[in-house]
Design a protein around this ligand. Structure first.
Ligand SMILES: *Cc1c(COP(=O)(O)O)cnc(C)c1O
Length: 356
């Protein structure tokens, strides 16, 4: 495995002192990981260097054609003083899946996990320790080749940056109001919906902005062809409990395969619950609500872990779910996942990696 050269900063930054006010993606640590790709040479020059602006040619291809992919993961400071990553191999496998779709050369997944571990170690003093806080890890790859012509780039940069982030729910799990989007779509089968790439987010901004103006936190995305099947909620996967079945939309190309989603499915199965990955239409949810069998709905993702849905606005109707309260299942999943992540419960699935 290639060596990672470390150049330490001579001018460490002052760390934010109030861990209650970290927010999300506001502060960055002292160092970053970089590795270049050049056609003919492959990935080379893996290094940890002081966090600093990156010089790019104005013609750098990422700025024009969006050839970019990213990941999102966290390091958790446990109650036992150990620092853990949660299923980091899954993030790097998914990064390669995104790479493949966007004609970005494959990375060595084990090496990328190693790079994250070494970077977190270099900046371990930045890992916040207060309940609910974590160190957000953002690996990303983008085309740096200076060429205003459309083709897969021959020069790219792989970068990892770290950001100490605050508790997502300082006052406990908080149900959100969701707007069922019926004009914009996020992705279609055959497109890039299953990848983590900036373009999918750019495509989602307009709907998000309009929903927020109406007082909703996020949109519920429907499929781009029939506007009928449920895909995701904002930038999270989504689950519905209808009767005794827990349903999450099947991954069919336009949905991002979340690691939190996968972990929820495994937990639900281990609890002996009936969990299915299958197409679910918005009509099925409306009918279940009418019949009184829609018990809970929630989003899942690394940032929030579990985000209970208290209300769904669909055309002119508003469905209130579980009286706008947190459901028992949402709370149970949230507790189970965060207990594993913060080292409060035994990790019987072998999901965590102690790194510091
Ligand atoms: C990252 C992401 C998710 C959640 O994935 P996790 O691995 O659980 O964090 C869901 N949907 C979209 C669109 C995403 O980008």
């Amino acid at each position: 495995m290639a060596e990672i050269k470390i150049t330490r900063t001579q001018t460490p930054k002052t760390k934010p002192h109030d861990q209650n006010k970290l927010g999300f993606g506001v502060y960055y640590t002292d160092h970053m990981f970089l590795m270049n790709y050049d056609a003919g040479q492959g990935w080379h020059d893996a290094r940890i260097v002081p966090y600093a602006p990156i010089a790019l040619e104005p013609s750098a291809m990422c700025l024009h054609y969006g050839q970019e992919v990213f990941e999102g993961m966290k390091a958790y400071y446990g109650v036992d003083g150990k620092v853990r990553l949660f299923r980091p191999e899954e993030n790097m496998a998914r990064l390669n899946l995104s790479n493949q779709r966007l004609c970005i050369p494959q990375i060595d997944e084990d090496f990328a996990v190693q790079a994250v571990k070494e970077l977190v170690n270099a900046d371990k003093d930045w890992i916040p320790t207060q309940d609910g806080t974590s160190l957000y890890i953002r690996p990303f790859i983008f085309a740096t080749e200076p060429h205003v012509g459309v083709h897969p780039a021959r020069q790219l940069l792989f970068c990892v940056i770290l950001s100490p982030v605050g508790a997502y729910y300082p006052e406990g799990l908080n149900p959100v109001k969701i707007y069922v989007e019926n004009s914009y779509v996020r992705a279609v089968k055959g497109g890039m919906g299953f990848t983590k790439t900036g373009g999918n987010y750019a495509a989602s901004l307009k709907a998000q902005e309009e929903a927020q103006a109406l007082g909703y936190t996020q949109v519920l995305w429907l499929d781009g062809v029939e506007r009928k099947y449920i895909e995701e909620v904002g930038t999270m996967n989504v689950f519905f409990q209808i009767g005794d079945e827990v349903i999450t939309p099947a991954l069919q190309g336009s949905i991002l395969g979340g690691i939190t989603r996968k972990s929820c499915v495994a937990l639900l199965q281990s609890w002996g619950l009936h969990v299915t990955e299958r197409p679910i239409s918005i009509d099925e949810v409306l009918d279940a609500h009418k019949a009184g069998t829609l018990k809970e709905a929630f989003g899942s993702g690394t940032a929030a872990v579990i985000s209970p849905i208290g209300a769904l606005r669909c055309n002119s109707k508003t469905l209130v779910i579980n009286n706008g309260n947190i459901g028992a299942l949402s709370q149970r999943l949230y507790d189970a996942l965060t207990d594993i992540q913060w080292g409060k419960a035994e990790d019987t699935f072998g999901w965590t990696r102690v790194i510091v």
